[in-house]
Design a binder for this molecule. Structure first.
Ligand code: DX5
Ligand code: ZN
Length: 217
């Protein structure tokens, strides 16, 4: 399976986002983390900045919404030009309706699970989404260590997708680097978010290429 690399701009220089996006022009997506200080204890950016990012990004934008009440707020990110909008299963009140709305607006729809959230209660959602995001750290901050205990969940998600015959991507986010990406890929992930690994590298393009090679299993 070919690996898709989505650098997270959470580790970019927020004063220079346009040039920071140019550094990842070889990536498959730019991963943008929206945090509201409620669902997670951190605050990043909202719709006005997001909309500008979609206009200047050289690659499609993948929105990761770590916010409460995504039912209310997520569709606006699709309307703002996101190629993909991922909301958290723990926060959504009507996930099926929300996923359908995101797709109707022309975006891919994703559902994210915190490390402690089991995948089984959400398997019925697979038919309604394009991607499942298995968080491999507790959401909220970049630069944390990959939680090895999430690997079985990645495997279960991939197996369920295989059994369903659906074409759903499995994304991993948190602690993805040269040291961990092969294990996540081996477990069944095919979309890899990497913040500190890519933006902390001197040559972001070379790091993206290395990660893509290591993840192509
Ligand atoms: C964390 C965010 C991640 C974060 C990953 O809540 O969802 O996208 O930027 O950062 P690294 O790759 O440094 O773990
Ligand atoms: Zn993220």
């Amino acid at each position: 399976m070919s690996a898709l690399i989505a650098p997270s701009i959470l580790s970019a220089d927020f004063m220079n986002l346009e040039s920071e996006l140019r550094r990842i022009a070889d990536a498959d997506f730019a991963h943008v983390d929206v945090m509201d200080n409620h669902f997670v204890p951190n605050l990043t950016l909202g719709l006005p900045v997001f909309e500008r990012l979609t206009k200047v990004s050289p690659v499609p934008v993948d929105a990761h919404l770590m916010i409460e009440d995504p039912d209310r707020w997520a569709p606006a990110y699709a309307e703002a030009g996101a190629a993909s909008v991922t909301f958290h299963a723990e926060a959504a009140r009507a996930p099926v309706r929300l996923a359908r709305e995101l797709r109707r607006l022309g975006s891919r729809a994703g559902v994210a699970l915190r490390p402690a959230t089991p995948v089984e209660p959400f398997l019925d959602l697979l038919a309604e989404v394009d991607m499942i995001l298995v968080m491999t750290v507790e959401p909220g901050f970049g630069g944390q260590s990959f939680i090895e205990g999430t690997l079985p969940k990645i495997r279960r998600a991939r197996r369920a997708i295989g059994e369903s015959g659906l074409d759903v991507w499995v994304q991993v986010d948190g602690g993805i680097s040269r040291d961990t990406i092969d294990r996540a890929a081996d477990a069944g992930a095919n979309v890899f978010v990497a913040g500190s690994a890519v933006y902390g590298a001197d040559d972001a393009s070379a790091e993206i290429a290395t990660l893509r090679d290591l993840a192509s299993v």
